[in-house]
Design a protein around this ligand. Structure first.
Ligand code: FES
Length: 373
């Protein structure tokens, strides 16, 4: 605490020249208030103050003690990491072991932070000089002289703090901070496994057959044949890849995989594709049958409505409209990106199959920057 009123005398707050909250002047330490009129001695915002540093012996003792605390903080920081990696996630899930993990993590981190605080306190009280700095309120903006004065004051304070002159303190402080600086790595790691290419790919692979979404997928009778659609111009069905059922997934696909892989299969009337469709896009169709992702590129609703007469695919959530005859380009609404197209063909037995994964990433547009879609 400092008295910043330039009209006060030099006796300080408690009348003895000592600033409340600082050590007494015993042992040769004396604190001096700011000059009665700072502008008499200094033109800047921070008037020059008389400095009374600690006795050298006290400073050396303080330096060693603060450094010791910083070393303790470093050791505690290292223990925090050791505690983090000591138990694996399966062990932590066991409450009997998990409690020790929590105690070790919390205890080591608390000790590290406490030791840094203790070291800083000792540094401040026993190494740094103590004096008051008085500064009257100034009218803004500051003059160049005042700014220069502040710069001088800042540099002088850095020098007086001992940070530059006392390498033991400086190095042990940096040592103590190093493990804590790495702590965010632990926090990031705890967010779970990296997503890998999960955002870039779906279940679809070359040669995968298709089944009607929502149907019982138990055998060849449910696989979609090209002829099921070829004779029905304008027909549209929702479909999924056929995957052998497992015990974990009796329908072959997890719900997450289904949500990403679902497609609209549309049989376009002859000559309906627009000339703006590229050769590649037309090559991904089979006999007028085209497949698009059913997941809207706005925020991911199922774009489940199809208007036969205009070949428009509609998303009921915010009315984004896609032109199925033109590569599912957006013709209306908030979506910014066409529905991804799934390359399809027919296998030797006449079943519709995928020719690979989607032409671009499936799902909402806000992932585009990350995925480069
Ligand atoms: S989610 Fe389809 S328009 Fe918004």
């Amino acid at each position: 605490m400092t008295d910043t009123n330039p009209n006060n005398d030099n006796e300080g707050i408690d009348g003895s020249g000592r600033v409340i909250g600082t050590p007494s002047s015993a042992g040769g330490d004396r604190l001096v208030a700011a000059p009665a009129d700072p502008h008499e001695e200094h033109e800047g915002a921070y008037p020059a103050a008389e400095t009374h540093g600690r006795p050298e012996e006290m400073q050396r003792r303080g330096e060693r003690l603060a450094s010791l605390w910083f070393v303790v903080a470093f050791v505690a920081g290292v223990l925090f990491f050791v505690a983090y990696f000591w138990w694996n996630s399966a062990e932590i899930a066991d409450p009997r072991i998990g409690q020790y993990s929590n105690m070790a993590l919390g205890g080591s981190l608390a000790l590290a932070l406490f030791a840094i605080g203790a070291g800083m306190t000792v540094w401040t009280r026993q190494v740094m000089p103590h004096y008051e700095v008085g500064s009257p309120y100034d009218e803004l903006p500051s003059s160049p002289e005042e700014k220069g004065s502040f710069g001088d004051f800042f540099m002088r304070s850095a020098d007086e703090s001992g940070f530059t002159k006392r390498p033991l303190l400086r190095r042990t402080l940096l040592l103590a901070m190093a493990p804590l600086g790495l702590a965010p790595i632990v926090l990031l790691r705890d967010m779970g496994p990296l997503p890998g290419d999960v955002l870039h790919s779906t279940t679809w692979r070359r040669g995968m057959r298709m089944v009607v979404e929502g149907s019982h997928r138990e055998g060849p009778s449910t696989w979609i044949r090209a002829e099921d659609l070829e004779n029905q111009p304008g027909a549209m069905i929702s479909a999924l890849p056929y995957v052998e059922p497992t015990e974990e997934h009796p329908h072959g696909l997890s719900l997450n995989d289904q949500a990403k892989a679902v497609i609209l299969l549309i049989k376009m009337p002859d000559g309906a594709f627009k000339p703006t469709m590229t050769e590649e896009q037309l090559g991904w169709t089979y006999n007028g049958i085209i497949a698009y992702s059913k997941i809207c590129t706005h925020v991911g609703c199922p774009a489940a409505l199809y208007e036969q007469g205009t070949h428009r695919i509609l998303c009921p959530c915010h009315q984004s409209t896609f032109d199925a005859a033109d590569g599912a380009k957006v013709v209306f609404g908030p979506a910014h990106r066409p529905l991804p197209q799934l390359p399809i063909s027919v296998d030797a037995e006449g079943y519709l199959v995928a020719d690979g994964d989607f032409s671009s990433a499936v799902g909402p547009t806000f992932w585009d920057a990350e995925r480069g879609a």
